[in-house]
Design a protein around this ligand. Structure first.
Ligand SMILES: Nc1ncnc2c1ncn2[C@@H]1O[C@H](COP(=O)(O)OP(=O)(O)OP(=O)(O)O)[C@@H](O)[C@H]1O
Length: 337
């Protein structure tokens, strides 16, 4: 996962934010994420940690203030305008809200025709076959083509949004909280559809979610984001055996079966506890909420002063954590008795 030459898409040392001059807000700080071809890179973290901002950077809608986005190893800034246009089509975003992302006045047929042929070069009706194929690929029947978005349920609308993303035959789909506005049973259907499409079309996904159970089910790899900083990265094993105290906190704060969030051992997971990514704490961004650093280690000031690098923890298993004192169990397991 960390080898950029195997990655279809990567962010290398990316910082990004909003606004300009004195009003600028820096949200992402030196983010490194490499999306493995054919895999699913999950981006998890609390609300406001910068997940959607990272999606905007990866899809090319937000320009990093530092660092680069690479597509097949090439810095996208080095592409010509024409190449950049082609590159954009290779990466498609499926946003969270299927209600607001479809034009209410446009039939499904027109929505898909515009995606297939944005410059309207081909005659009307030329895309009929492709539209039927796209609707079939998301398990909607051909009669959907003439209808307007309001005639569909939330799950069906999300299928239309997915079909629109597929219209340009992308290689990478960035799915940003795609099921969070849907009922649980409909969520499961959409997740199955995405998994099926990944297999059938050989897609690569970036899958953004705050739901760890969904992340574990969907993803091959994970990056844990906290206040705009990647604090841990690896396979989905990250969630079962966290090395970073924040990942552990996330794991321990999973909702119970009734859907309520259980209070975490340290600090809770209430979003109001979290600081602003635009003004993160000094040193390790997580140190004010960390259950280990201040209590366990003599050298308490280190966590408050020195920012930890996202360093390889287990080279053979490609686990990285940005922590001066990563949870030892992970390292000991790897080293054996
Ligand atoms: N268009 C914008 N202009 C200014 N600030 C923004 C904009 N979009 C997001 N932000 C800010 O950037 C920070 C990160 O937001 P972002 O939406 O990327 O986080 P997130 O992890 O996706 O959160 P959520 O799960 O709630 O969507 C927040 O402080 C947010 O207020």
């Amino acid at each position: 996962m960390t080898h950029t030459d195997e990655s279809v898409l990567s962010a290398v040392g990316v910082s990004a934010g909003y606004g300009s001059g004195s009003r600028s807000r820096s949200v992402l700080h030196d983010v490194n994420v490499a999306v493995p071809r054919g895999g699913t890179m999950g981006i998890v973290g609390e609300s406001g940690s910068g997940k959607s901002t990272l999606a905007q950077v990866l899809v090319g809608r937000l320009t990093p203030t530092r660092g680069v986005v690479r597509l097949d190893g090439t810095d996208v800034r080095r592409l010509s305008r024409r190449e950049r246009f082609a590159a954009r089509r290779r990466i498609q975003l499926v946003p969270q809200d299927p209600y607001s992302s479809l034009d209410p006045r446009m039939s499904v047929e027109r929505t898909l025709a515009e995606a297939i042929d944005p410059r309207g070069r081909l005659r009307a009706g030329a895309h009929r076959e492709r539209i039927t194929e796209l609707l079939e690929s998301v398990a909607l029947d051909g009669s959907a083509a003439k209808r307007l978005p309001h005639e569909f349920s939330g799950g069906q609308r999300q299928r239309i949004v997915i079909a629109r993303a597929l219209a340009v035959r992308p290689e990478v789909i960035i799915a940003d909280e795609v099921t969070s506005s849907l009922d649980t049973s409909v969520q499961a259907e959409i997740l199955e559809l995405l998994l099926d499409l990944r297999e059938r079309l050989g897609l690569t996904y970036v899958f953004i979610t705050h739901d760890l159970a969904i992340a574990q089910y969907m993803c091959t790899d994970l990056s844990v984001l906290y206040l705009g900083t990647v604090v841990e990265q690896g396979t989905t094993d990250v969630l079962t055996r966290p090395a970073h105290p924040y990942t552990e906190l996330l794991r321990d704060s999973r909702p119970d079966p009734s859907g309520r969030s259980t209070p975490a051992a340290a600090g809770g997971l209430a979003t109001e506890d979290a600081a602003d990514p635009a003004s993160p704490p000094s040193g390790c961004v997580f140190h004010p909420r960390c259950r280990y650093g201040p209590r366990t280690h003599e050298d308490r000031t280190r966590c408050a002063v020195e920012p930890p690098n996202l360093a390889d923890l287990l080279p053979s298993r490609e686990r990285r954590a940005a922590c001066h004192y990563p949870i030892k169990a992970v390292i000991q397991d790897e080293e054996g008795p």
